[in-house]
Design a binder for this molecule. Structure first.
Ligand code: MEV
Length: 432
């Protein structure tokens, strides 16, 4: 079936729902009910959500959970997480508690520089372009003053603009490669506005001053931010890694091996890093940041040396186990959704209204903790034991189990291994 429409965005919300239901949904009455069920009764709140994007027909909920007991640089945090995967918050909480008893997480922000580029084509002499750029650079910055003034007052702004010659890759291709400090803002709008102003001045002045023509292809920030970098680390004596499943020394060695495998084997590295992103994305989302930007930047960073590799590293030296990660994170705690979404405001409040730098550290810790939790399970009990325990509730919900049924079955699986078929057979037994 292919049903198209023009002017969809002009329809009312109710008309949009009716159109979708009639043209695309097989069971129209239940589908409409499901869509409408997610409306919020609070009209103002609903309108706020409707206006985040175009063509809103409903709300899409994700669980909003909290992982407490994160000791970071001596301060205790409860970390808000928005995520649907059953085991993530539980694993984060467990790892937090584990490290709280062993000195907690240590973090440092290494750098906070963000990048944007004006991509352009120029067919003339490179020396002419270089001389023109040197001449016009201060004007590029001056013309952007109306955009940068407020940011500068707070200590941020444009750090530098370079001319980059990319003609070896594409004929006539050059860039204005600009660096920015955007403080507590993620800075996408600020950077893009500056870049579009640079492009305008650059093109106009090239014509005026040198009578040369510049073709601007595009002006856009980069989500690759290798100089907006944070480090998170945990360490303790090997013997402090005692675990009921395995001797401390064996655990430490297996753990370091597991990380080494992810360092050399891309198939493993992707899954390993996915586990890190379970923690990172959940906090990024809960705090109203752009998880797609973070994902893109982090994976690019994981392949910065030409091969995709692990984001975390681990070692044992002189009887000390150390596990750490350096990761690029461009985050904001002002602007964007942070001022708009009521739950985002609550999330930032839970974190004590952090600066962007603090948030970088908290998010990195959530990633490191998640990776620790995953590797701890993988190298000891295997992942399924804990994972299936958490997944149990999803299976019970699929079977629409009552509260009493849930209680009985959860109790049963405290001492039995959870598998899908074992759960089904318990439900059937109970209902017989
Ligand atoms: C599942 O969402 C994440 C893991 O696969 C991560 C890993 O394998 O390290 C458990």
């Amino acid at each position: 079936m292919s049903t198209s429409i023009s002017g969809f965005s002009k329809l009312t919300k109710s008309e949009k729902i009716d159109w979708i239901v009639t043209n695309y949904l097989s069971n129209s009455s239940t589908a409409k009910e499901t869509i409408v069920q997610y409306f919020n009764e609070d009209k103002k709140l609903q309108q706020l959500h409707d206006e985040f994007i175009e063509n809103t027909i409903s709300n899409y909920y994700l669980p909003f959970g909290v992982a407490p007991n994160f000791l970071i640089n001596g301060k205790t945090y409860a970390i808000p997480m928005a995520i649907e995967e059953s085991s993530v918050v539980a694993a984060a909480s467990k790892a937090a508690k584990f490290w709280m008893d062993r000195g907690g997480f240590k973090t440092t922000v290494i750098s906070t520089t963000k990048i944007g580029q004006v991509h352009f084509i120029y067919a003339g002499d490179f020396n002419v372009l270089t001389a023109f750029f040197k001449n016009v650079k201060s004007q590029l910055i001056a013309d952007a003053k109306p955009i940068t003034r407020n940011m500068e007052k707070r200590g941020g702004g444009i750090l530098d603009i370079e001319l980059r010659n990319k003609t070896e890759a594409i004929n006539g291709y050059y860039q204005l490669h600009a660096t920015f400090e955007t403080l507590d803002a993620m800075g996408a709008n600020f950077i893009n506005s500056c870049l579009e102003q640079f492009a305008k001045t650059f093109k106009t002045e090239a014509k005026k001053q040198r009578n040369v023509s510049i073709e601007i292809i595009m002006s856009i920030l980069s989500n690759y931010v290798p100089d907006c970098l944070v480090r998170a680390e945990v360490s303790c004596k090997v013997e402090a890694l005692k675990d009921k499943h395995i001797p401390a020394e064996t655990f430490a060695q297996k753990f370091v091996q597991a990380v080494a495998i992810a360092e050399v084997e891309p198939y493993r590295a992707v899954t390993h890093n996915k586990g890190i992103m379970n923690g990172i994305d959940a906090v990024v989302l809960a705090t109203g940041n752009d998880f797609r930007a973070v994902e893109a930047g982090v994976h690019a960073y994981a392949s910065k040396d030409g091969k995709y590799t692990s984001l975390t590293h681990a070692k044992i030296e002189n009887g000390i186990f150390t596990f750490w990660m350096e990761i690029p994170l461009a985050l904001g705690t002002v602007g964007g959704l942070t001022n708009l979404h009521p739950l985002v405001k609550v999330a930032l409040d839970i974190l004590g209204k952090p600066t962007a730098k603090e948030l970088m550290q908290i998010v990195a810790v959530a990633g490191l903790a998640q990776n620790f939790g995953a590797l701890r399970s993988l190298t000891t009990t295997g992942i399924q034991e804990g994972h299936m325990k958490m997944h149990l509730m999803n299976i019970l919900n699929q079977f629409e189990a009552t509260t009493t049924e849930k209680e009985t079955i959860v109790n049963h699986f405290k001492t039995n291994i959870v598998t899908h078929s074992a759960v089904v057979s318990e439900i059937e037994k109970l209902r017989r």
